[in-house]
Design a protein around this ligand. Sequence first.
Ligand SMILES: [Ca+2]
Ligand SMILES: [Ca+2]
Length: 407
Amino acid sequence: MSHLSAFRTCIAAIVAVAVIGCASDRPETMTEPIGLQLVKKEPSLKGERFSNLLAGEEDSDLVFVSTNAALPRRDAKRAHTGRSSIQIPAGVGRVTFKLSSLLAGQSFPADWTLVGLYLYATRPTTASLSYWENEQILAAGSTTLRANKWSPLFVDLTSLTQSAHSSAAMASPNLVLVLDLDGPGEVWLDDLMLVDNTKQLVSEKDAGEMFDSWSIQRKGYQIVGDAPGRFRFSFATPERSDQGWTVREANAMRLWLTSNGTKKNELIYSDGRVYVDGQYSAIGMPAKGDPTLAEQHASPAELAVAPELGRVVRQSEGDANNDGYNEMMGTYELLATGPRLEVRITPRSSKLSRPVFEIRGLPPGKVLANLEGRMVERLVRLDDGTLLMELPARIERPTTLSLRVGE
Ligand SMILES: [Ca+2]
Ligand SMILES: [Ca+2]
């Protein structure tokens, strides 16, 4: 490797925000900085800010690691990224990392949402990682390592950043990470790092003047929502809990979450109406002040669509009784066969209050919709072209909704 190319590698490493050493005299052809290798290996890091504190590339890395039994050593046999990792001999139950020293004066937790590392075991092993300050445990996470595979194990720091600890500008000198291992064999670890995985899913400005304002963020292993002055919520993600939730859709109108846990499906609308596995409730205003929302969920309207323009969809997943009203989503389901649709809405035993429609099959373009002369303004187009539409009024008698896609 020439000095020039080594210099370039160094620059690239800095650009990639990877905090790694820049030794210019390594004999190996380390063509890619570890920061880039990490993003290739762990695509979820793409677009996220991270800082690698311990890459397992130098014998001096071992200074930051201690165990309750045999000594760790650097091992070139395996690497998550780079040339080597740190091998923990069989029989070691606890590995301690001097986090304060690794941080070398950086503020912490600052904006970091996760701290953790990658682990490799040859036999299934239970691994727990905990974060300690002054001998007090502040955050923890655990996983079961599958054999012969690198697995991430990270601790969510967001509860710390929300507490008084966020004001600490400098890292305390007494921060440690403790890795507890319960398994029959050796374990390798690599790439101990800080990550800021904060992602704005919906911002208050997305609401415009049309929708009830809210914001939704993924932060650490939580989905956090805030409708200022009206309601807040947070959900664990699957990384934190086997009951955790995955975002299927997030926009100014609603958040759709699914889970493999006991509860499977949750829709939260920005006006405070909520549907959990088809059961309606209200978590905030204005929905809390509107009893019709519960009544119409129990007794939805009858719909009729001019057959040359489309049809009511009665077989959507979540429509409990195939009447075109999907209890799981809280929406009426329609399919358009062209750019126009006319829907006759006939309330049954309940009046309707701001009913929501999901309309598939419309061509791309601007949607103009009106309810007997009144403009429908609460519209969202999803990436797959589906139109979400909330009607602006109470409907007490048969009423016609007309819409078309214009230029
Ligand atoms: Ca490494
Ligand atoms: Ca139904």
